[in-house]
Ligand binder design. Structure first.
Ligand code: SF4
Length: 408
């Protein structure tokens, strides 16, 4: 039987336009008198946008360096400058890119990464982002601000939300000094509403994968998520997800499968392996296994955003993400996902340089196998550093897992 073909989305054209606008705005910012703020992927982007900054997300740049495999020649430059090969390979790829003066952004008409006027982090995901941003702050002599969110959170309770909301609100004064304007609270409410609309549409997009067969895979999601990451809080992102959702709903109505002849459905836990996305997507397609859901793509769903309560709702939304929760909460979440998406098995990616997004190291797969009675596979690799990934071993392990799933 011939291998099924990958099905592209018509909406991808619009996605590329939205991403093009994002990078175009960043490129033109200085001549238009707009300031640039760097922001971590789940940092207070709404606040920065409401204050008139162009918002740049260096993790998106890290993913770009991984996907284009530029990371491999850049990571050693950051290592030589003092960053360990064991720390976040987004950080080392990005710093290496800066040191070399080369980035795929140059192909998009930018001179290089946009220079920050201020850098704003949230440690809800890891400490690496703080060290990363502080390095650039020293390099450019600009302020670096942040919110230190606790990790391993069980209940996102009142005192925690109050603390994070207070720390977020404390950013306003120093940001006003950089922006040269006062925060307009109505503008913040407007941006939060747009962000909420974006996140809610993105959630609906991902939930179409609960259909059997699924009209979308995790690999599609890693591409289509771009606007949810870098353009949340804008009307362009909202418009794009309306179009993508309509296309997916049509696929569901027509019974169009992302993986034709889908024989098994799995959950991807952990980071993507950016430099091997296409190869892995093709292998799963050939095996007729649909990777229907993931922790990663779902990390940009922020149900708690509420324009009527800006700071507390941002605090609740950004402290509820999977990565900063306790293992008990993470397990509960994966259990719910397994049921919702009719999962037959779970693949854990142990990403060597991101322990924060690797959940296979402390027996969680074994505990969940017992609870769910579903098989699992752990693959060793990395988000960007392909020296830590064995192509042959991974292919063989996935084939063996597929045989196991076929016998489920
Ligand atoms: S969460 Fe992991 S991949 Fe993301 S910035 Fe932190 S260490 Fe890097």
């Amino acid at each position: 039987m011939a291998a099924p073909e990958r099905k592209d989305f018509a909406a991808t054209k619009q996605m590329k336009q939205v991403m093009g606008k994002h990078f175009g705005d960043l490129a033109q910012g200085p001549e238009q008198g707009k300031k640039t703020a760097w922001c971590t992927s789940v940092g207070p982007a709404e606040l920065l946008r409401a204050m008139g900054f162009n918002v740049y997300f260096p993790e998106n740049h890290g993913a770009l360096l991984g996907a284009t495999r530029k990371a491999m020649e850049l990571i050693p430059l950051a290592n030589a400058a003092g960053f360990s090969p064991d720390i976040c390979s987004y950080l080392t790829s990005d710093v290496g890119s800066y040191l070399k003066g080369e980035t795929p952004l140059q192909k998009m008409g930018m001179e290089g990464v946009p220079k920050a006027d201020v850098l704003v982090f949230n440690t809800n995901q890891c400490r690496d982002v703080k060290d990363w941003f502080q390095w650039y702050a020293r390099e450019w002599n600009v302020p670096c601000l942040g919110v230190h969110t606790p990790r391993g959170i069980g209940e996102v309770d009142g005192p925690l939300v109050q603390y994070v909301a207070d720390r977020t609100e404390a950013l306003v004064e120093p940001l006003e000094a950089v922006a040269g304007t006062k925060l307009d609270i109505d503008k913040l409410r407007e941006v939060i509403q747009l962000s909420k609309d974006c996140t809610s549409l993105w959630k609906q997009v991902l939930e179409t994968a609960a259909n059997v067969p699924s009209p979308i895979t995790f690999f599609d999601g890693t591409i289509q998520m771009g606007p949810a990451v870098v353009m949340r809080g804008t009307p362009e992102a909202v418009d794009f997800y309306k179009v993508l959702l309509a296309e997916l709903e049509q696929r569901v109505a027509d019974g169009v499968a992302a993986v034709e002849g889908e024989i098994a459905r799995i959950y991807w836990e952990g980071m993507p392996i950016w430099g091997k996305l296409k190869d892995l997507a093709n292998q799963f397609l050939e095996l007729r296994i649909c990777v229907v859901a993931s922790t990663y793509c779902n990390s940009w769903i922020f149900d708690d955003l509420d324009p009527s309560d800006p700071f507390a709702s941002m605090a609740r939304a950004y402290s509820s993400i999977f990565i900063c929760r306790s293992d008990d909460r993470k397990e509960q979440y994966i259990e719910q996902m397994a049921e919702k998406y009719h999962i037959d098995g779970i693949l854990y990616h142990d990403a060597k340089t991101c322990p924060n997004n690797s959940n296979s190291r402390y027996e969680m797969p074994q505990r969940l196998r017992q609870k769910l009675d579903k098989p699992f596979l752990t693959i060793n690799g990395d988000l960007n550093d392909l020296r830590l990934y064995s192509e042959e071993q991974t292919r063989t392990n996935i084939e063996a897992f597929a045989e196991q799933l076929a016998g489920v």
